[in-house]
Each structure stands twice: as structure tokens, then as C-alpha cells.
Design a protein around this ligand. Structure first.
Ligand SMILES: Cc1cc2nc3c(=O)[nH]c(=O)nc-3n(C[C@H](O)[C@H](O)[C@H](O)COP(=O)(O)OP(=O)(O)OC[C@H]3O[C@@H](n4cnc5c(N)ncnc54)[C@H](O)[C@@H]3O)c2cc1C
Length: 480
């Protein structure tokens, strides 16, 4: 007689709310970790296209990124995902000829001092020969190694930390514009513990940013093949949407259901959850889930969590967001006076201009503009200029064209224009954010089979967001 077939355990149903990169990364990690206990995964995403803010648009020879245009290769999560998706052959590094940034100073674009990385000076000669800083400002940066290490006290803002270590001039001319280019943030409110813990650790462990950066450079020279091959930042020949499109296709082929629906409420149902959803045709539905990953921005997560844990919902609602607009402009090469021989240009607030930065897209990556043309992206808005987002598209384009005329000598009407608005899209890691995230994680640990993921918590960069999705999947699979 044949042995009766061992009974298959019923697949646990896991609902991922939000189909941005964090939600998609969580879904991938959930199906990868199913081992003996099978799972069924549904991703709820109201937008037409999954991927959240990530998106690439093609127009007649132009390839325009809607938001992120590259990611850091040094952190493993991004590159590992690229490998799993079979996308290594499509990866492209920033052109080695333009691996430097410029800063607007005294009416012209000057290079960031050689070796200077956000807050850390890496080379004495880079500082000594920089035309960006006055002689007194250069000496002040060089004296950073003698500034006593701060060993106690409350968390500092980025501004307080940078001014204390490097002096006000280096803060205003260098750190502020570079930081605005990353976080679109107010540096007087941005907290060091969450936004730049690496540099705080350099001061704590090595005594100064100088010593910390020198040690890091020695270590990087010893390893990191990816960094050496592609440089620090990478993208794809077909743009960043390559990543989310391929991930989306792979999830679908492995049985993940991506449903066009918005989650409206979350409620405990036995040991699992009930998710109330609204569909684009105006319908509604109740979904039963054994576990839920909430991978939306925190204002939406707070609404979902309100009936589950009001204190946690209040913590989530307390995370601020800033918005920005990107106006992509395409010109004929001979209509732009600047050689565009860098990755881009950042603009200090003290310069009194409206643009935060101009990214030289067609200098960084191939196939971004038709032959004989160049593509730049002008960043407007940010935490320090929320009024820009109130402008209509025509006004935004006029403003961006006027800024491009001054900053890079662009003349004439652009041949390509694309406006992308990102209201409330960038979480702001204000002073106290790291403590808030610790409280949020403690609170969510008290709710079995529920996890949070996304850019709001432990890093806004693409590798960190992937890592947050994976961490959420680990929490869930450990609790099923
Ligand atoms: C303009 C801009 C430029 C950037 N540039 C870079 C860069 O160059 N390099 C880099 O590394 N990073 C960059 N970033 C950061 C990075 O792209 C983001 O941090 C990351 O993509 C965020 O992913 P996410 O999944 O956390 O959030 P999101 O992309 O915001 O996704 C959240 C998803 O949740 C969905 N959602 C919301 N409410 C609900 C609901 N009730 N039910 C179901 N779904 C819901 C939304 O529709 C959305 O798809 C940039 C970000 C922006 C905004």
C-alpha cells in the first residue's frame, strides 16, 4: 500500500501595502524565504505602475528619469538585487570623465575640493587648491583635525555639526548645498544620528573627520571591486525603471499578485489581519491576511495604523516630508555654454538662487539625449523653498529655464521639457529621528505578523530602501 501523501500546509497569505521599491523588495524576500512553509503574496498598489517614485520616460531619443537617476554601488543590497534579477549586463557607472561635482560660487561653477565627501575632507592639497574657500576658510577646514572630539550631549543638527567641525564658510559653501542635493532638507533641522551617522562615528572613533576619511580611503583602496569598476554610483542603460520593471515581472512570474487597489484600513482579525481596500473603479473589498507589510510613506501608514495602535500612528505621523520638482530640459549641445564636464552642479542657499541643483544627465550616462543634444535636470523646491511647488507647470519651466541660463549658460527654448512634481515625497530625518525610529521599531515588535518598510526609517537611498523591505520580510517570516 502507498503511503498517504503528507498534507501540504496551507500557504500563508501575506499582503504588502505599497508597490514602491520597499514593498517590491519585501515581496521578493518573502517568496525567497518560504522554505518549508509556502506563502502567497499580494501587493496592493493604487498607481498605474508599480515602483513608487522610480520611473523612466522615453521621448524620441531622450531618456528622462522622473526621480532617482542612480544608486550607491558601495552598499551591497542594490548590487545583489541587480545580480538576482540578471541585470548586471545592463548596469552602467557614471562616466569616469565626469565623476566630480561643481558648486555655484561667486557667479561661476567651481569644483568641489578634490577628495571632499559631503562632510569629510580627504586630501590636504584638494582643500589648499580650492577656489571655493577663502584662505581663512581653507585653514579652518585644515584645522578640523585639531577640533576637540565631542563625546557627550544631545544630537546635533547637520548644520551645528558641520559648523563646529569645519567652520561656517565650509558649511555654507559646501556642506549645505551638497546635503540639499541629497535630502532636499533644512540642515538646521536635519539630525546627524539618522542622516549622517557615519561622520559622527568618524569623529567619535578616529577623533576627526580627517582621520576617519583617511582610514576609510585606505580600506576602500584595499577592496571593493564594484566601486572600482563602476565608481560610486550606478544606473542602467535603459534607466532606473529597468530595476522595478524587472522586479515586478519576476514577482509576477513567481506567483505574486499585484493588485491595483489602495489599502484604506487595517484591523486585527484573530492572529492575522483584515485589510479594507478601495479599487480604482470605486469598489471596495475586505482582504484576509495572515501577515501584513506596510510599505507606504508614513502619513499613509499612520492612517492605516490608527485603529491598530494610536501611539504608533502618532509616531508615524510625526515624520515630516519635503517636496521638490524636477524640470528636465533638453538642449542642442551648442545652446549650452558650459562644458557640462561634471556630474552636476549644486547651488548654496546663500547664492540666493531658486535652483537647488542641476544634474548633467547626458554627461553622466549614455543614451540620455539624441546625438548633438544634452539633457539636464533642474531641481527646485526642497524644505527651504516649499513655494516652488505651488507654481504651475508653465511657471516651473520658465523658472528652470531662467536658472539654467544663469547657471550653465543655456540659451533658447529647450527642445525637450518634462516636469516631475514630488510633493511630500522625501522623508526628513530631523533631529530626534533616530530615537523616533527606535520607538517605532519597539512598537511594531509588539504586533506579531505586522511590519513596516520604506524610505522613512533607516535611509532614503535605494540600497537602504531595499534593505528595509528585506528586514520587514524577515520579521514576518520569523513570526508565521
Ligand atoms: C525626486 C527624488 C529623487 C531621488 N533620487 C535618488 C537617487 O538618485 N538615488 C537614490 O538612491 N535615491 C534617490 N531617491 C530616493 C529613493 O528613490 C526613494 O527613497 C525610494 O524609491 C522610496 O521607495 P519607497 O518604496 O519607500 O516609497 P515610494 O516610492 O514612495 O512608494 C510608496 C508606494 O506606496 C503606495 N501607496 C501609498 N498609499 C497607499 C495605500 N493606502 N495603499 C497601497 N499603496 C499605497 C504609493 O502609490 C507608492 O507606490 C530619490 C527620491 C526622490 C523623491
Amino acid at each position: 500500500m502507498l503511503d498517504p501523501k503528507p498534507e501540504q500546509p496551507a500557504a500563508a497569505h501575506i499582503v504588502v501595502i505599497g508597490g514602491g521599491l520597499a514593498g517590491l523588495a519585501a515581496a521578493e524576500a518573502l517568496i525567497d524565504r518560504q522554505d518549508d512553509s509556502p506563502v502567497r503574496v499580494t501587493v496592493l498598489e493604487p498607481a498605474d505602475h508599480p515602483g513608487g517614485v522610480l520611473g523612466t520616460v522615453r521621448h524620441d531619443g531622450w531618456l528622462v528619469e522622473r526621480s532617482a537617476d542612480c544608486f550607491l554601488a558601495a552598499r551591497p543590497e542594490g548590487i545583489a538585487l541587480v545580480e538576482r534579477l540578471g541585470l548586471r549586463g545592463e548596469m552602467v557607472g557614471v562616466d569616469p570623465r565626469v565623476r566630480r561635482a561643481l558648486v555655484w560660487h561667486a557667479g561661476r561653477a567651481v569644483p568641489v575640493p578634490r577628495g571632499f565627501r559631503l562632510l569629510a575632507p580627504g586630501h590636504v592639497s584638494g582643500i589648499l587648491h580650492s577656489s571655493l574657500l577663502s584662505p581663512a576658510g581653507r585653514l579652518r577646514v585644515l584645522a578640523e583635525r585639531f577640533v576637540p572630539r565631542r563625546t557627550a550631549g544631545p544630537e546635533e543638527s547637520l548644520e551645528a555639526f558641520a559648523v563646529r567641525r569645519l567652520g561656517r564658510e565650509a558649511f555654507e559653501r559646501l556642506v549645505q548645498p551638497l546635503a540639499a542635493g541629497i535630502w532636499t532638507a533644512d540642515p538646521a533641522r536635519l539630525g546627524t544620528a539618522a542622516a549622517c551617522a557615519e561622520f559622527v562615528a568618524m569623529e567619535r572613533n578616529c577623533g576627526s573627520l580627517w582621520a576617519g576619511e583617511r582610514a576609510r580611503l585606505r580600506e576602500t583602496a584595499a577592496g571593493d571591486a564594484t566601486g572600482a569598476r563602476y565608481g560610486q554610483f550606478v544606473s542602467f542603460l535603459g534607466g532606473m525603471q529597468t530595476l522595478t520593471d524587472r522586479l515586478f515581472e519576476q514577482l509576477r512570474s513567481r506567483g505574486v499578485v499585484i493588485r491595483a487597489a489602495r489599502a484604506e484600513r487595517l484591523a486585527r482579525a484573530g492572529s492575522g489581519w483584515q485589510v479594507a481596500v478601495a479599487t480604482p473603479d470605486g469598489g471596495s473589498d475586505l482582504l484576509a491576511a495572515d501577515a501584513v507589510v506596510v510599505a507606504t510613506r508614513t502619513p499613509a501608514a499612520a492612517v492605516l495604523m490608527a485603529g491598530v495602535d494610536p501611539d504608533l500612528a502618532a509616531e508615524l505621523a510625526g515624520i515630516a516630508y519635503a517636496g521638490s520638482a524636477i524640470v528636465s530640459l533638453g538642449f542642442a549641445r551648442n545652446e549650452v555654454a558650459h562644458p557640462l564636464d561634471a556630474a552636476g552642479l549644486v547651488v548654496p542657499r546663500t547664492a540666493g538662487r531658486r535652483a537647488l541643483a542641476v544634474s548633467f544627465s547626458s554627461s553622466k550616462f549614455p543614451h540620455r539625449a539624441p546625438p548633438g543634444c544634452v539633457l539636464v535636470r533642474v531641481f527646485l523646491g526642497g524644505a527651504l523653498d516649499p513655494t516652488s511647488l505651488a507654481l504651475d507647470d508653465g511657471q516651473l519651466v520658465d523658472l528652470a529655464v531662467a536658472e539654467a541660463a544663469v547657471l550653465i549658460g543655456a540659451t533658447g527654448r529647450p527642445r525637450l521639457v518634462q516636469v516631475d512634481r514630488w510633493a511630500g515625497a522625501m522623508p526628513q530625518y530631523h533631529v530626534g529621528h533616530a530615537d523616533r525610529v527606535t520607538r517605532i521599531e519597539a512598537a511594531i515588535a509588539r504586533h506579531p505578523r505586522l511590519a513596516l518598510a520604506g524610505a522613512a526609517y533607516r535611509g532614503v537611498g535605494i540600497p537602504q530602501v531595499i534593505a528595509s523591505g528585506q528586514a520587514a520580510a524577515r520579521k514576518i517570516t520569523g513570526e508565521l
